[in-house]
Unconditional design. Sequence first.
Length: 352
Amino acid sequence: MNVGILYDGVIEKYAQEDIDEAIEMKLISDALTDLGFTPLKIPLSLNIDPSIFQKYCNSFVFNCLDSLEEKGSLAYIIPTILDELDIPYTGSSAEAIYLTSNKIITKRILKSAGLLTPPWMTVEDVIKEQIAFEPPYIIKPIREDGSSGLDENSVIYSKKLLREAIMKRSKKDRDSCFIASYIEGREFNVSLLIDKYNPQILPPLEIQFKNFPEDKPKFIDYKAKWIKTSFEYQNTVRNFEFSSEDIELLDNLVNISEKCWSIFGLEGYARIDFRVDSNGIPWILEINANPYLGSDSSFISSANKAGLDFNQVIERIIQKPVKKIKSQLNCYIPGLTLMIIHFLVDFYHFYT
């Protein structure tokens, strides 16, 4: 059975994360081959012809897209098309991807659900000097993940410097970011992997910052996540060993992660990122639908700690689309649906 592996067609560009994504696809392709499938890589862009999916009507696709034409805000478009064509795909739905790829929307949902996330404000609030909370602050992109755009200069320690840092940015750059409270403390990842009908909570891990100078912010920036030769990457290590004093905290992180899975309608696999302040209170930083699956990723590290190898992880992730195709007797692409999709693509190009 052919299985399409969907990825952003600009993956051959130079950013280190894109190289890692190519490695991730190779791992997924090899695992699918081991599991008896024939993987076919499908590069995608906004100039998409939906009929390319027709050959997968009696199969499914593995969604590796965390961006489209390097825009994380567009990652939900392809799952939307796949839903219209009734083609099964791995991971979370278009709606879940849309909600979690916009950090401000994510924060609003978390707040309405009574879950703690660091306070935030818009760039406009800062420009108007309507700063609602005290420093330190962190300037983050609204829609990009993978620590894109984050470095040690993203952390600001005074209101005056915050406004100066914002005004130094181009208007386009200002419009794409927001400001959150920077939580000093410990950092944790909790990964979830579907097991039949419910998510299995994989062993939580703590990211420890070794040998960081006292004045260097301790958080996962772009270098720490992707640049393997950097000080930041080489001195951020994962820890799975905890003392008895952390048992209550870990139980709390697991409980919150299960709530996030349910609230956002996550599917297949996900990762929740936390900071824990000096009072032991966990704050949700991000909800990661379809997180990176490289062999050096937090998700795979937690899966390995749980006794799962890479093939077993992929087998879990594909179980829902595989079950769906087994229940389908036939599949076709209605002409009207194709017309609607072509119209939506043309509409986007016309107005952007």
